[in-house]
Design a protein around this ligand. Structure first.
Ligand code: MG
Length: 212
């Protein structure tokens, strides 16, 4: 798998895309998407400005596979005005809300991934209500409240095919280091009997759905 990371070709410099993904974690996403692209499309929750989408999209594109990019584009709790990760350039002052979709779309265009990335501008529960497409990979990087993380896990993990990979960002086993909701859903998945844990890279955990 190391070779995949070494030969990773990105159509756009990830440093030019706003976001909170470490390059090592990005390379890991690329590797996992490359590994699972033959099983089915990839779906990510919490695209923000498209940094993770760039890695997932580049890997999927090389296999002719798609990435569904689910985000309401109104920002998570920590992106709101007055919060720690607020970016005023992504604030729509007319609507008085965050709007990361224009920036996301611009980045997907710049990366030449418009034939690979299918944006779904909706929250998890709305997007997932009638979902029936089996997925090769699910990447959860949405809201960090317990309710949001649990909804993302419950909505999307059941759609993974055997052999498919569930990746979860922002795992902090030490409560002093960060919010616990992503780590809690990682633990739920690990305890479910449905998944085999894979290597964690930085704060990016991954589990593989057992073959039937
Ligand atoms: Mg994250």
């Amino acid at each position: 798998m190391k070779n995949v990371r070494q030969s990773m070709a990105l159509p756009l410099d990830p440093d030019s895309v706003k976001g909170f993904l470490d390059p090592e974690e990005g390379a890991r996403l690329y590797e996992l998407a490359d590994l699972t692209a033959s099983l089915g499309p990839c779906l990510e929750v919490g695209s923000y400005c498209g940094k993770s989408t760039l890695y997932l999209g580049a890997a999927c594109r090389s296999h002719g596979q798609l990435v569904y990019a689910v985000d309401h584009h109104r920002g998570s709790e920590e992106h709101q005005k007055g919060e720690a990760y607020h970016d005023s350039t992504l604030y729509d002052s007319e609507a008085e809300r965050m709007d990361t979709f224009p920036e996301f779309r611009r980045n997907v265009d710049r990366a030449g991934l418009t034939d690979t990335v299918v944006p779904i501008v909706a929250g998890t529960q709305l997007a997932g209500r009638h979902w029936q497409i089996p997925l090769g990979m699910v990447f959860i990087d949405g809201g960090h409240s317990e309710a949001a993380a649990l909804a993302d896990y419950r909505t999307w993990a059941p759609h993974l095919v055997p052999g498919g990979v569930l990746a979860i960002h922002d795992l902090f086993p030490d409560p002093q280091a960060g919010g616990q909701a992503p780590y809690h859903i990682y633990q739920l998945a690990a305890a479910s009997g449905l998944f085999e844990p894979l290597e964690t890279v930085g704060t990016l955990g991954a589990l593989r759905r057992f073959d039937l």
